[in-house]
Design a protein around this ligand. Structure first.
Ligand code: NDP
Length: 284
């Protein structure tokens, strides 16, 4: 039977670490870290995410600002807002919640955030830093995935790790982080000919696709560690992952649930990234 990796408990521990650090930093530098979250429009899922991010920031004791802009905000206005935050010395982290309304070019917006305030780690300077092995802000979800694996006590080094999904925000950075930890990494995607044959190679399996129930128990090597990044709604409207938990849990050694796995960790790592941005700005 697979043991459950409790993302909620681990996230709480990481947020407590952040809370202690914020207190220490305020005493040392006379100022708290400050995270700014921008949301454009009224996407209900995005509204929940930003609310949770601001709530987590409040829990750690850092300052936060939520900037809500209407759905018809022009690209130019959004870019001006980002520029103002880039130039504001009191702001350490700037996050623009994605997706943006269709008339706004997401790439332009991501590029406009100052690299040193890019708490999401999506700026090209941080992406190239990750791939070149230089100092950088690591995207929150991939960083959370590694923390979840580490929490099991299973060593990553020398293991075969399979990542299903190759997006720029999850699949690719997770694969690079696993490679950095000396795993042998295989990346599967929508054109992979026989997904089960590939996933059965995995000692560590990370699934980030967005398709409920894609991975079933017969696709696992017994004893594998399964990290389910997927967030989907099933027919009853309930949140579920990409992994069929009922059939995979008996085969895996460790497995993350959805909800309560990767999701909470993403927010906890955002707190850590905000502190990292603050520290690098204070120590410049
Ligand atoms: P994308 O849609 O950007 O990427 C999905 C990836 O899955 C693509 O690389 C695609 O392949 C691959 N894929 C699609 N169908 C299949 C298939 N049948 N077999 C194998 N691979 C397939 O998604 P994201 O990476 O942004 O997100 C993935 C999931 O993770 C979503 O459910 C999202 O909601 C969730 N998520 C959760 C977060 C959290 O905090 N818990 C944070 C971010 C995302 P190809 O490249 O060939 O098209």
């Amino acid at each position: 039977m697979g043991k459950i990796i409790d993302g909620k408990a681990l996230s709480a521990a990481v947020k407590d670490e952040a809370r202690a650090k914020v207190e220490e930093l305020e005493a040392r530098f006379g100022r708290k870290p400050c995270l700014c979250v921008i949301i454009v429009g009224e996407n209900p899922a995005s509204q929940v995410y930003v609310r949770n991010k601001v709530k987590a920031a409040a829990y750690t004791g850092m300052d936060s600002r939520l900037i809500e802009m209407p759905a018809d905000t022009t690209e130019e206005t959004l870019l001006e807002q980002i520029k103002a935050l880039n130039e504001d010395p009191a702001v350490d982290g700037v996050l623009v919640q994605l997706p943006l309304p269709k008339h706004i070019d997401e790439e332009k917006v991501i590029d406009a955030i100052a690299r040193e305030k890019d708490v999401d780690g999506f700026h090209p300077g941080n992406v190239s830093g990750l791939w070149l092995g230089k100092d950088c802000i690591v995207p929150c979800t991939p960083a959370g995935v590694i923390r979840l694996i580490d929490s099991t006590g299973v060593s990553i080094q020398g293991k075969t790790a399979v990542v299903v999904g190759r997006s720029n925000i999850v699949g690719k950075p997770v694969a690079k982080l696993l490679l950095d930890r000396n795993a042998t990494v295989v990346i599967a995607h929508s054109r992979t000919a026989d997904l089960g044959a590939v996933t059965r190679l995995a000692d560590i399996l990370v699934v980030a696709v967005g398709k409920a129930g894609l991975v079933t128990g017969d696709m696992l090597k017994p004893g594998t560690v399964v990290i389910d990044v997927g967030m989907n709604r099933n027919a009853e409207g309930k949140l579920c992952g990409d992994v069929d938990f009922a059939s995979c849990e008996p085969v895996a050694s460790w497995i993350t649930p959805v909800p309560g796995g990767v999701g909470p960790m993403t927010i906890a790592m955002l707190m850590q990234n905000t502190i990292s941005c603050y520290l690098s700005r204070m120590q410049e």
